[in-house]
Design a binder for this molecule. Structure first.
Ligand code: ATP
Length: 325
């Protein structure tokens, strides 16, 4: 049924004629890295105010949506990715996206969503958010809903703080819980190496550790440095490497001290900069170029300080329909 609390989704006269697409729809969505993540104190609602620079990188999850009876989720892993902790019930963020879109548009949630994970799980790379964004676009196309970009972004924000950015992609400034986005003036292509740790870190636990380490200190308003914005404007990888910053890094390293060893390996391989990605435990290293990225990747693999190594570049586009399959 049409929801009365969302006037923007209401039909003006008769409900629009929708034709469910009978062929499977494939959507890909990228991982994100926070180039800068400034975290304020805890808010009364339990969230933290953020000022962050999101950057979409070329590690992708794919969702293939097929007409079905009821809602089904299946998950397939690519190499080095452990999908054991990905739920197959309605707590999966892709399922939540399908259910929200169905509820908001008066559609029965009849769809099978097959998730091909290319983004490490619980790694601070927003893989679940990417799946939510991909499922929104896939169901929108499959069910013939035809929501516009701003309507998709509004639904995305209801699913999680990082979901709007997974829809948007590129490089963007995020404030609030991270869901209020402005595209950043950024040029150039940046080469990244990701050290994927054994086991994930729980995002709420990392925030709690951050609060504990800060011990009630009065904090300034979170903000993104001028050095970061100027490095992005000029596309200067050296300046970007120096401007990388993550307020959650001390907390992630406190919970997982082995990350410091991984970071040392990247430093020895002369990465232009390194940081824990979001709430971790993945560590991102910025390389001078593709060849240097390969050198860093080889050093990390040889060091045995991480479970898997992945190379990627940024910025890339947000979730997009890859085609009917
Ligand atoms: P966050 O976005 O909270 O910072 P993250 O990027 O570190 O998280 P995710 O890969 O999004 O990590 O997974 C976090 C947890 O979310 C997983 O351990 C899993 O229990 C749950 N989850 C729900 N849906 C999904 C999904 N589609 N893919 C991966 N994890 C999911």
């Amino acid at each position: 049924m049409w929801s009365s609390s969302h006037a923007w989704l209401k039909p003006t006269t008769n409900p629009p004629l929708r034709v469910t697409c009978m062929s499977p729809v494939s959507v890909v969505a990228p991982a994100k890295l926070n180039l800068s993540l400034a975290v304020g104190g805890p808010r009364p609602d339990g969230y933290h105010d953020l000022a962050t620079v999101y950057h979409a990188v070329s590690l992708f999850d794919e969702i293939i949506a097929t007409p079905g009876k009821g809602l089904q989720i299946t998950v397939e892993a690519s190499s080095g990715i452990d999908v054991d902790s990905v739920p197959l019930d309605e707590t999966n963020l892709a399922a939540q996206a399908a259910l929200l879109l169905a509820e908001q548009t008066g559609q029965d949630p009849d769809v099978s969503l097959h998730i091909r994970k290319g983004i490490p799980v619980a790694g601070g790379l927003a893989g679940g958010s990417a799946d939510a964004a991909a499922a929104l676009l896939a169901c929108d196309a499959l069910w013939g809903v035809g929501l516009g970009r701003s309507e998709l972004l509004t639904l995305a924000a209801q699913l999680g703080s990082d979901v709007p950015f997974s829809v948007m992609g590129g490089t963007a400034l995020g404030v609030g819980r991270g869901e209020h986005l402005t595209p950043a003036l950024a040029r150039g292509r940046f080469e990244w190496v990701f050290a994927v740790a054994e086991g994930g870190l729980s995002t709420p636990q990392v925030y709690a550790e951050c609060d504990r380490l800060r011990d009630g200190r009065v904090l300034p308003e979170p903000h993104v440095s001028d050095a970061m914005m100027s490095a992005l404007r000029s596309g200067d990888a050296v300046a970007l490497g120096q401007a990388l910053q993550n307020d959650l890094q001390p907390a992630a390293c406190s919970l997982r001290p082995a990350l410091l060893l991984t970071m040392e390996v990247g430093d020895d391989a002369e990465a232009l900069g390194s940081l824990v990605s979001g709430s971790g435990p993945t560590v991102a290293f910025l390389a001078r170029d593709a060849e240097h990225a390969l050198d860093i990747a080889v050093s990390l693999s040889a060091s045995g300080t991480c479970k898997a190594v992945k190379r990627a570049h940024g910025a890339v586009a947000g979730a997009r329909v890859a085609g009917e399959r």
